[in-house]
Design a protein around this ligand. Sequence first.
Ligand SMILES: [Zn+2]
Ligand SMILES: [Zn+2]
Length: 321
Amino acid sequence: MNSVILLLGYMGISIIGIASYFLGVFHHFGLISLLNQLVNTYTPSQWQVFRLPRWVRNFLALCYHAVVLGCHMIAIHDVLPYIEQDKTSSSINMAALMYHMWLIHTLFYLMCVLTDPGIITPSNCKSLCRIYKYDGVLYAPSAVCSTCNNAKPPRSKHCSVCNKCVHRFDHHCMWINCCIGAFNYRHFIGILVTGIIMCCNGLLITLRFFNTIYQTRKLYAYKYIDSYGQKQPLSGIVLAQYQFYHFPRPFLLACTLLLLAGLLIVFTAYHLLLISKNKTTNEVYKLEKAEVSQRLKSEGYYNRGILSNILEVVAPPSSAV
Ligand SMILES: [Zn+2]
Ligand SMILES: [Zn+2]
């Protein structure tokens, strides 16, 4: 009965998690602007900007913390005691890596949310305007933000969630509830990379746990009786059912880590590709909507070669060189 309740709870959280993930993705790819148009068409002018309610944004950020904390709690409470029994150097290293990565991941998270992403103010606006050149397609020298009343530096964008203009704006991350701009993009990449290491290491630890169970309980010697009354060796599916029935939390942990690792690898690969071409998520989205001739004109405008592009993310220029 406990397993059924746990499974239902897990499915509920997964559905909410996946739905909110896609909500986050669609935010970057136009759902919000579509809703903007609908809202602007049918509502009075004082409601011009559509924003997700604060509680939804806080809920998504809470989901992120709940997943990180929940996975570690299950690993520490249910999985590690079995792993540490075998006392081999690899299992001890895996457990040590788990704690170290958790710490480094948390430090990247704190640096990301505590660092100013590049908020444009009247005092820094002029110097930020000189860092990049205007490409004349996405960014025009005469542009002024109608909300902040500041000139728009090249590669900046007004974030409708934070209600501020951000220098080299990439996107507003719903999961950590902050803007990703010029000065915290490197920390954001750190969050993603350490997240992948955490998921893969956690997955290996969990698989080792199931292998320990398999060996110590001598599951390879078990047989089950099929519908014809014949004894059969345990198949992979029957073994998985056994593990889920006896160890539901580690089993669900493995499923979660597999899902998260897949999503994070795809998302990180996308961002590494953007870094190599010196593009932002915002620019990709904007160029997709531009005409073909304009797109060709702007394509590769800020690309300075792969090494310089990487250096620009690691050590973003804060004034014109
Ligand atoms: Zn603005
Ligand atoms: Zn923002």
